[in-house]
Design a protein around this ligand. Sequence first.
Ligand SMILES: Cc1cc2nc3c(=O)[nH]c(=O)nc-3n(C[C@H](O)[C@H](O)[C@H](O)COP(=O)(O)OP(=O)(O)OC[C@H]3O[C@@H](n4cnc5c(N)ncnc54)[C@H](O)[C@@H]3O)c2cc1C
Ligand SMILES: *[C@@H]1O[C@H](CO)[C@@H](O)[C@H](O)[C@H]1NC(C)=O
Ligand SMILES: *[C@@H]1O[C@H](CO)[C@@H](O)[C@H](O)[C@H]1NC(C)=O
Ligand SMILES: *[C@@H]1O[C@H](CO)[C@@H](O)[C@H](O)[C@H]1NC(C)=O
Ligand SMILES: *[C@@H]1O[C@H](CO)[C@@H](O)[C@H](O)[C@H]1NC(C)=O
Length: 844
Amino acid sequence: MSSHSPFSIKSTVSSTRIIFGLLPGLGSLILLRMAIHLYRPDIEDAEHRVRDYPFEHLYDCYDFIIVGAGSAGAVVANRLSENPAWNILLLEAGQDENVLSDVPTLFPVLQTSSIDWQFVTEPSEEYCLGMVNRRCKWPRGKVLGGSSVLNAMLYIRGNKRDYDNWAEMGNIGWSYNDVLKYFLKSEDMRIPEYQNDPYHAVGGPISIENFAYEHPITRKILEAAQQMGYNIIDVNGPVQTGFTRSHATIRDGLRCSTAKGYLRPAFKRPNLHISVHSLVEKILIDEDKRAYGVKFVKHGQTKIIKASREVILSAGSIQSPQLLMLSGIGDSAHLKQVGIYPIVNLPGVGINLQDHVAMGGHSFLFDNPYDNGTDYCFNLNTVLSLGNVIDFILNKKGSLYSMMEAEAMAFVNTKYQNPAEDHPDIQLFIAPTADNMDGGLFGKRANGLTDETYAELYEDILYEPSFSIVPLVIRPKSRGYIKLKDANPYSPPLIYANYFQDPMDIKTLIEGARIVDALVKQPALQEINARPNPHRNPGCTHHSLMSDEHLECQARHHSLTIYHPVGTCSMGPAENPDAVVDPRLRVYGVKGLRVVDGSIMPTIVSGNTNAPIIMIGEKASDMIKEDWAENVAEEVIYCSQVYSRQNEVANNSEENGPKKIQLSQNEAPNLLNETANLFPRLSHGLIHPKPNNSGGNGASSFSTNLQNDKEGKSLPNSYNSIHQFGAPDVDLNSYNWRPYPYGAPEYVFKQNPWRTNTMREPLPEFYLPVNEYPYVKSYSETPMRYKPVKGPVYDNWRYHIPTNRANKNRNKVYFRTDEVITPKGSKECKIWLYYDGMKYKITV
Ligand SMILES: Cc1cc2nc3c(=O)[nH]c(=O)nc-3n(C[C@H](O)[C@H](O)[C@H](O)COP(=O)(O)OP(=O)(O)OC[C@H]3O[C@@H](n4cnc5c(N)ncnc54)[C@H](O)[C@@H]3O)c2cc1C
Ligand SMILES: *[C@@H]1O[C@H](CO)[C@@H](O)[C@H](O)[C@H]1NC(C)=O
Ligand SMILES: *[C@@H]1O[C@H](CO)[C@@H](O)[C@H](O)[C@H]1NC(C)=O
Ligand SMILES: *[C@@H]1O[C@H](CO)[C@@H](O)[C@H](O)[C@H]1NC(C)=O
Ligand SMILES: *[C@@H]1O[C@H](CO)[C@@H](O)[C@H](O)[C@H]1NC(C)=O
């Protein structure tokens, strides 16, 4: 592996630079959040946002309980609740969508946020070698809409043959001709040229558009593709081989998750109860091996709710097998190992894990053909600039509408695949950017690249114009698996991705990279001097650039999940010993239990998985309706004593006026708190706003253990607190502080910041570090000295925060925000952000 010292200067400088960049990034997000609140009620959509059904009013028994409100679960909840005679409970571990997740460019930011489960694979010697602890990050949505809220919004159905193969494997009803109608049912095609096309439909819940913003480099790459002989086609149409501008699950340029598409229009139905923050710990199975309900926890309270007809498991490819195993369904030997009593021996649970894996870092530099300073490709500095935020807010345009991971894409055949079959084996993501263009704030964080890898690959080419064309294997031969770590429902399961276990996968990937080479050599890209990033992954420097060995090494170090794990509760006929569900998605060996989500795919589809999983949700809903058309629920057993469904339905039906339980109106959002809670790591120590107005001056205070450094004296009593000018209350000790790795800052204040009695008093100036920002010497426990960069020192107060690790108050963040009506009558939104001696102020 790497011969570099893990603490090389370059990687230290790089990681320091990134740490300093995070906070302005957070500031921009808060600013954006506030601006949306003020100017974009269309995004807030307060009227239609799903409201949580009160815990104390939940019934004891429902006809159907759906576990997980993701891409599939949201669809099923909507479709089953179309039948007013059925009561449906939808349980979701996460919260409602955040307004920021609507903004396409922010999609990588959502990873590692509080709406991400933040799974990681087990360490490997074969892949993700350039990632922290050799583990790949596997984000998954923990939110209404599930991973459709975190995803890159690419709308791809896969190849016809994928579904025909499923049918050939014994899955009756799943051929392409069978499933096409369900793709159409969910679709609202808004790209004019496809609206009257037998492969597309209008009026469905999920809107499809092209991304509203495209960077100029993307056009150039598509030009090169045509020069190479490829056509620009509809890859969701009759032929898949070719290039395309990406189709995306967006509405008016903004994310259209399944929560937006399927839950917002349905949550007011009286027979659909949606409960968020509700983590299902177990599916309950009786002695007849019938799933009769679930046990879940909400805000620390445990509840058991029964299902008279079915429990539907839609927890996604990682947690559906996890929950089955926790409930006693899985490989008996494994269950015994972790101390779970096996109820049904189904060895297929958790195996057959398949994912699309890409060769990351396949990036190219080019010369910007614009000589006026305008960007030709994505550049985070420009994207988060004030002008661009204003463009987004007021003019509804600009690069915040772009999704820079794949503005365009292609399906191509390597030499291993017969092109006549139109069953391409490689997908290319065409990205108008590379990880150097975001300074490490997006891609590095999301993928978990080590500091050293990032520094070696990108630090020397920061913000130099680049693009990436990343090849991914779309029908991998390798198979991974998921196991329980223990019997605790809160332990993340063990994920073994097993990328490249089959050598064909890496060979195919290398051939994919060769197709990219050929594309980059086309005149359109040579005109702008497109050339590979000359820097190699630190583990690959001994291979010559772009040799097969280098490309393999790159794929093993910079392995990127395309976030499509599937197959872990695979569908198959009864004679297949590894099948977990039958072709009607009923779990073998258990009554009243289905799995409906990505985990049921027997083989992964040749393309992104969201649209196929929505299709699975649509098809499953129809099958469930068919299966219950004649059958009668076993209410006698489970529900009769608890409530009378007929009565309840009659009392709640729309003809009989409003339902009895009124859902509370959404309260005005607490913007800082909400954003801080979304990014708990970024906003480490961010103050939750709650002005303490009882003091009369609008200021609130917290005590600190700041000390007068130079004289060694402690502060005069009266100065023992920092007034925050109407900013929030904070208890500095109540946060989970992490040590700040670069030593302690020393503050020099221009004026005594402690003395204040009015909100409008000028704010104190803060200063930058001595070691010229951002170059900090090294990781050390030695106190860093910070010197003033401007302004006179007022009365020589120097406050130095002690450096011992026990001191939790080192990296303080505080905020102040104001909504001001200007003399001209327009609204202004101001935000100040302080972090470790730096101050940011933004005004809109
Ligand atoms: C970062 C990222 C980018 C992606 N990009 C794309 C893309 O561009 N195009 C594309 O087509 N696909 C993309 N995908 C993949 C696609 O979004 C997923 O395959 C799809 O959303 C999975 O749907 P699902 O219904 O199987 O699971 P999910 O949508 O993940 O839903 C599972 C739900 O169950 C909930 N849950 C889990 N366990 C429990 C429990 N015990 N109790 C209660 N609730 C529980 C979860 O919180 C979640 O809401 C991406 C995925 C990610 C993560
Ligand atoms: C820079 O030049 C390009 C190409 O001529 C043009 O599209 C763009 O608007 C210009 N930008 C500015 C800021 O003038
Ligand atoms: C339905 O409404 C009627 C009349 O208001 C009431 O008597 C009855 O108890 C209600 N049933 C239920 C289950 O709430
Ligand atoms: C802010 O968030 C915290 C933690 O999530 C919560 O306990 C607190 O009540 C919230 N405060 C407000 C004012 O919403
Ligand atoms: C709010 O401020 C008043 C007066 O300064 C103080 O007495 C009170 O304890 C504060 N409340 C809280 C919750 O901090």
